[in-house]
Design a protein around this ligand. Structure first.
Ligand code: LLP
Length: 421
């Protein structure tokens, strides 16, 4: 459920007409709903309420905007970060360092050091090599870094190949059959406090079965580690829950997910950790755009050319993803069209042959479910700027990220003296 709804024939974000934001801020623009973010944060927490000990860490990569992080911090969420930049954002948003989990296969020595210095709650180590490097850095600082070992359970999450992370040939985690040896060796290093295991098999999962399989394997590993006399007090179950991208599509609910987790983990006696991203932010944002023109092409479907492009919302070009596309002032008339941006490559296509609201030049429309992996994946390709972000709260709104003009990007570039004159 979200708060982008029609009122008197016009699309609103909570109590603010989107046409007003378009007029005052310009398009394209990302618009987030505070009420939707809070609702999703609470529904997810509620879904896990039968678990004795749960730690919630919002996956910052899905939407790193500081205002969005602030909302989640106020909802009691920590952060799952994957870079030094995300770590600083989480801290700036007021998330306590001990509620931060640092994941990622390529943490640099500098990032590991910064994590220890900041006192983060947990490093999710993705290889023995990384563990040894972290141990050396921590020991030199007189610290002991709290760690979980991320395992790769070799499970097909049944999602898009590019966002699948738990198969043996993916770069993530250590092979689950090698985990006991690695965990035991890392546990003997004074710079590390090995306290648990972690798993994340992919994103936009529409079925709980692969997750259940992965968690079951993780449970067996925990038992094996304990039988070998090793300490396991935490288990991080990652993120991955899918969201509906098409009106009417049904996904497993947080309650169903929570029920499955409670059943599988009932004997684990650990603090369970979660890293939800999309399920919190996905449907809490839209990308508001204007139609530049409608190009008619003989008797083929027309091209509806919008002012947003693949650099602003990369998902359709990258993964072939579907985003519902609706007029801000629908007339009831429909058309079948190809929705494209202005960028000079065919990949800049949001949808082909889409049956949609009829639109003309100058009309406003939205790409829905753009709150996760939207603005954060933008680039400045074709010397386009960065789209601003707006947060709506009831009948008020604020610009929470400025538009970055192409000129500002060019201002950061230099032509060396030796090319002049
Ligand atoms: N934890 C880890 C270790 C992750 O790698 C991810 C996502 C998450 C948590 C959050 O997963 P979520 O709950 O959002 O599914 N750009 C892609 C999605 C990439 C996801 C990467 N990892 C997209 O637009 O679909």
């Amino acid at each position: 459920m979200d708060h982008f709804e029609l009122r008197n024939g016009e699309l609103y974000a909570e109590d603010v007409p989107l046409a007003r934001i378009a007029a005052e801020i310009g398009t394209p623009v990302y618009v987030y709903s505070r009420a939707t973010l809070e609702r999703h944060a609470r529904v997810f927490r509620e879904g896990l309420s039968m678990l004795p000990k749960a730690h919630l860490a919002f996956a910052v990569k899905s939407n790193p905007n500081l205002a969005v992080l602030k909302i989640l911090q106020r909802e009691g969420y920590g952060a799952d970060v994957v870079s030094g930049g995300e770590l600083e954002r989480a801290l700036r948003a007021g998330m306590p360092a001990e509620d931060v989990v640092f994941s990622g296969v390529g943490k640099t020595a500098r990032e590991l050091l910064r994590g220890i210095e900041a006192g983060i709650g947990q490093f999710n180590i993705e290889s023995e090599e990384e563990g040894r490097e972290l141990a050396a850095i921590a020991e030199a600082m007189g610290a002991s870094a709290p760690c979980a070992l991320r395992v790769n359970p070799d499970i097909d999450a049944g999602t898009h190949d590019k966002i699948s992370t738990g198969k043996a040939d993916n770069k993530f985690g250590v092979p689950i059959d090698e985990a006991p040896g690695i965990y035991s060796r890392l546990s003997s290093l004074p710079g590390l406090d090995m306290r648990g295991v972690a798993v994340h098999i992919g994103s936009q999962l529409s079925d709980l079965a692969p997750l259940e399989k992965a968690f079951t394997r993780l449970g067996r590993l925990i038992a094996e580690l304990r039988a070998a006399g090793l300490k396991v007090s935490h288990a991080d179950l990652g993120g991955g829950l899918g969201v509906p991208y098409k009106a009417g599509e049904v996904m497993p609910s947080p309650a169903e997910y929570g029920e499955m987790v409670a059943r599988v983990t009932k004997d684990w006696d650990v603090t369970l950790m979660f890293e939800p991203g999309r399920v919190i932010a996905g449907n809490a944002g839209i990308l508001l755009t204007s139609v530049v023109r409608v190009k008619r092409n003989g008797n083929r479907d027309p091209f509806v050319i919008v002012d947003a492009a693949m650099n602003d919302l990369a998902r359709p070009a990258l993964y072939g993803s579907w985003h519902d596309f609706d007029a801000v002032r629908p007339t009831g008339a429909k058309m079948t069209a190809n929705i494209v941006g202005p960028i000079c490559e065919t990949g800049d296509t949001f949808a082909m042959g889409r049956h949609m609201d009829a639109l003309e030049a100058g009309d406003l429309a939205v790409f829905r479910t753009a709150g996760a992996y939207g603005a954060t994946m933008a680039s400045s390709y074709n010397s386009r700027g960065f789209v601003p972000e707006v947060l709506v709260d009831g009948d008020r709104y604020a610009v929470v990220a400025d538009r970055i003009a192409p000129e500002a990007i060019a201002d950061a570039e230099r032509v060396p003296d030796w090319l002049l004159g």
